[in-house]
Design a protein around this ligand. Structure first.
Ligand code: NAG
Ligand code: NAG
Ligand code: NAG
Length: 259
């Protein structure tokens, strides 16, 4: 799940690096490759625009809506199978993200990979889940609310891009995002897992939370791919509109480092 959060953040960070024509004039522009300036500028924007900037199609950071997610989808047969889908997804807490390290964003963005490191103290994910399955004699067929609480997240994003040329300007296009994530704690609570058996619902929730590391390791790889695809799409929507050349100060003018 956390991959999705991270990739939303990626969309936001890249968007910020994009800032220019359609963006608010209080956003500080930097020189190509000026990492300290870019980091500061991104962090300023995150603090200043918790509700996002709708003009360029970027979502609110304090409550970000996400597309439906299919976490598990095993074949519909056998003594053990499970499907687990999530909808009405809202993620809270990107507005508290802090970028700590950046690489790339050079005049030629293809010579060095783009890399972003950031930290988020807490992300809360709220959703409606639909679960169906069978674990030997235990059948599940449930819809309920879930809340996930991810604490002290550190992440690194490697963003692979190609350059396109339009109207004499260069545009970035993301073709892959490779995230790496660590976190201190994941607390998840699913209501009504077994409507007729509250004790079982509590027991399973407790088991998840006691063994969250194993659970996390299990779902992490599968989610990665789905969300890489989803958020590469979001990023590219923004990058289609704003030229890479318009994100930064004109070259060869070191005296003019901010608006
Ligand atoms: C983000 O920070 C604000 C201000 O400190 C706080 O009120 C809010 O609860 C934080 N968000 C999350 C998801 O923890
Ligand atoms: C799950 O429950 C719904 C109604 O609550 C029912 O329509 C559906 O057929 C059930 N599915 C399975 C696989 O039991
Ligand atoms: C370079 O900077 C100077 C002063 O900061 C400014 O007047 C000038 O317009 C800039 N040149 C370009 C090409 O942006």
């Amino acid at each position: 799940m956390i991959k999705s959060y991270i990739l939303i953040a990626a969309a936001w960070f890249l968007y910020k690096a994009v800032c220019s024509t359609v963006l608010p004039s209080d956003i500080v522009k930097c020189h190509f490759g000026d990492s300290p300036c870019i980091i500061k500028s991104i962090n300023d924007v995150i603090r200043r625009y918790p509700k996002g900037i709708p003009e360029i199609g970027l979502p609110p950071l304090d409550a970000t809506e996400m597309e439906d997610v299919s976490m598990l989808d095993s074949p519909y047969r056998g003594p053990i199978w499970l499907t687990f889908h999530m909808r009405d997804n809202v993620i809270k807490g990107f507005n508290n993200a802090t970028v700590t390290h950046i690489e790339g964003f050079n005049r030629d963005p293809t010579i060095e990979p783009i890399m972003i490191k950031a930290r988020i103290p807490r992300l809360v994910h709220e959703a409606t889940y639909d679960m169906q399955g069978q674990l030997l004699k235990l059948k599940a067929n449930t819809t309920g609310k879930l809340q996930s609480d991810f604490q002290n997240i550190h992440f690194t994003l490697k963003i692979k891009i190609i350059l396109e040329y339009r109207n004499n300007k260069r545009y970035l296009k993301v073709y892959e995002i490779v995230p790496k994530v660590t976190l201190d704690r994941w607390i998840i609570w699913m209501n009504d897992l077994y409507k007729e058996n509250t004790d079982l619902t509590i027991a399973i929730n407790r088991a998840f939370n006691k063994n969250w590391v194993e659970f996390w390791n299990g779902v992490e790889p599968g989610l990665l791919k789905a969300f890489s695809v989803a958020f590469t799409g979001i990023l590219n929507k923004v990058l289609e509109n704003v030229a890479y050349d318009d994100m930064f100060l004109p070259d060869f003018n070191k005296s003019n480092s901010s608006i």
